[in-house]
Design a protein. Structure first.
Length: 369
């Protein structure tokens, strides 16, 4: 059965052949339009909304929460040097004593050196530079910083300090300590990408960190109210439907076992024994998920506001919640193929919702009180 391929939506679209990839960059992974776990989750929740968002994407602003999440992933999975390469610390006014920041500051300095400031900041700055080459001007400091850091994500120093505390606390957690060093996972492999095809649909998954006996999935969460971190972490798993992501990733690992047997592994720097152990543990999970030797799914939830507490939780792969998630994922893949065949990959998917009659069984008796 031929794989369904979406029409390229940009010049950056790439297509990876089915296989297990080590060291594949994040940009290259996301440029491949195979369905990832986020897309599958959206398809489970509402395929019409999934396609609408895909065809008519909004301009998602990179919030500080998103930057923090990306930075903690980089720091914990790739290390200190990678964080320094990909992220830059924004300059702070307090680091530049005497710098001219506001228009009032510029006007006062213009008056001091006897020049006219003009009406705009750039006019005042130009007038000052005619006679004073040395005074610090904040706008110039920022412009120089941005020019020197094109392509890097800018975060404030306070965020970096918070992230360093977070990885330090992670490493103190007794289950994580044996596989971490200097705040970074060192045992196993980080950011392992899998591309595979099922029911004619191209799929992908990017595992945060793969150990010989466990998948570690790193998440950040921000409680709205002050509650115990463990309670807030559980709530985040429920609200964000991370169970569906687990279902997607375990399916991808099952596919990866076949790809591994076929030799479809790329850029693997690890000894053969590593992946042998991974897929042996996965095989045990299929028959006896409660075995000590079975593959484990471990969420490492990092509280991104206030004290950066790490919450480590193992998802029970023998639970009905997990089995239901896998079934929902499989159903979503089938639904995706049906809708693509009916409407096309890059056309609007029109809902077919019959008119309904609602009565006593559709609402709580308290809904109208």
């Amino acid at each position: 059965m031929n794989a369904l391929v979406s029409a390229p939506r940009s010049n950056n679209t790439v297509r990876h052949e089915d296989g297990i990839y080590f060291g594949l960059g994040e940009t290259a992974y996301h440029a491949d339009e195979a369905l990832g776990s986020t897309s599958i989750k959206e398809l489970v929740l509402d395929p019409i909304e999934y396609q609408y968002d895909r065809l008519y994407p909004g301009n998602e602003k990179e919030t500080m929460a998103l930057k923090w999440g990306h930075a903690i992933h980089c720091r914990a999975l790739e290390g200190r040097l990678s964080l320094a390469e990909r992220f830059a610390i924004a300059p702070a006014v307090t680091d530049y004593v005497g710098a001219l920041v506001t228009m009032d500051d510029l006007r006062r300095h213009c008056k001091l050196i006897g020049v006219k400031p003009g009406k705009k900041k750039e006019e005042a700055i130009a007038a000052i530079r005619e006679f004073d080459k040395d005074v610090l001007i904040w706008d110039e400091i920022i412009a120089k910083f941005e020019a020197e850091n094109v392509g890097r994500t800018i975060i404030p120093r306070g965020a970096l300090d918070h992230i360093e505390m977070a990885v330090r606390w992670m490493q103190r957690e007794r289950k994580l300590a044996p596989v971490m060093q200097d705040g970074t996972f060192v045992a196993g492999a980080s950011e392992v990408s899998i591309f595979y095809t099922e029911n004619g649909v191209r799929l992908k998954a990017r595992i945060d960190h793969l150990l010989s006996h466990a998948v570690i999935d790193l998440k950040s969460f921000r409680p709205i109210f002050k509650v115990r971190a463990i309670d807030a972490a559980k709530k985040a798993v429920s609200l964000m439907r991370y169970d569906l992501q687990t279902g997607s990733y375990i399916k991808a690992l099952r596919a990866a076992a076949k790809l591994y047997a076929e030799g479809r592994v790329f850029n693997n720097p690890y000894p053969k024994e590593f992946l042998d152990a991974v897929f042996q543990a996965l095989a045990i999970t299929e028959t006896d998920p409660d075995s000590d030797d079975a593959m484990k799914w471990v969420w490492v939830m990092i509280k991104a506001s206030g004290a950066p507490q790490p919450v480590v939780g193992e998802f029970d792969l023998s639970s009905m919640i997990f089995k239901t998630a896998v079934a929902d994922v499989e159903s979503a893949i089938v639904t995706y193929r049906e809708l693509v065949e009916k409407f096309g990959p890059d056309q609007e998917w029109v809902p077919d919702l019959p008119a309904q009659k609602w009565g006593d069984t559709d609402w709580s008796p308290y809904s109208f009180i």
